[in-house]
Ligand binder design. Structure first.
Ligand SMILES: Nc1ncnc2c1ncn2[C@@H]1O[C@H](COP(=O)(O)OP(=O)(O)O)[C@@H](O)[C@H]1O
Ligand SMILES: [Mg+2]
Length: 165
């Protein structure tokens, strides 16, 4: 059994839809300045989670893995943006600085896949989500908040799940 800090939260999801639904609930809470750092192996469910996240935030744009373009931008009716970065092909934090990735978080929520590759370039106040492959349709998602705002996000997520909304 994993030993978790009191403010961390772990879920086992049993389908891609369940992972999307978790993302949806968190996406509703997102605002500019929020940084989500997604970590875990290929096929772990990171992009699936972001599909829910973008929908919950309010965008109907199609979500895909930005492996080759590095940054996907999703928009919603009020003109605001959500940034989706895939750091898989980046060489490290220096390249993230060169691409101005850290500054994206100043104007919009920022979600980063393979965040561990560029961790030093990301704001220290962030919500890390770790994805672990347990079986064909099972994944463990663990939320590790660093800082007051990320902790509030986890509390809101926990409350939404308990209320079933
Ligand atoms: N419980 C689950 N949560 C998320 N994805 C799942 C789950 N069960 C099966 N899958 C499948 O696993 C794959 C996850 O891929 P993806 O989200 O692209 O992962 P990553 O972005 O971490 O590489 C998808 O094909 C998805 O349908
Ligand atoms: Mg992906």
């Amino acid at each position: 059994m994993a030993i978790l800090r009191a403010d961390a939260l772990e879920f086992i999801t049993r389908s891609a839809d369940q992972t999307r639904r978790l993302g949806l609930r968190l996406g509703k809470q997102l605002r500019p300045g929020d940084v989500l750092a997604l970590e875990g192996d290929l096929g772990g469910g990171k992009t699936t989670f972001v599909q829910g996240l973008a929908a919950g935030w309010g965008s109907t744009d199609a979500v895909s893995s930005p492996t080759f373009v590095v940054v996907n931008v999703y928009q919603r009716g009020d003109g605001s943006r959500l940034y989706h970065v895939d750091a898989y092909r980046l060489s490290g934090p220096a390249e993230a600085w060169d691409l101005d990735i850290p500054s994206l978080a100043e104007e919009a929520p920022l979600v980063v896949e393979w965040a561990n590759v560029i961790a030093e370039a990301l704001p220290s106040e962030r919500l890390t989500v770790r994805f672990v492959w347990l079986g064909e349709s099972q994944r463990a998602l663990t939320f590790h908040p660093q800082g007051e705002r990320p902790r509030a996000l986890v509390r809101a997520l926990r409350a939404a799940i308990l209320r079933g909304v």
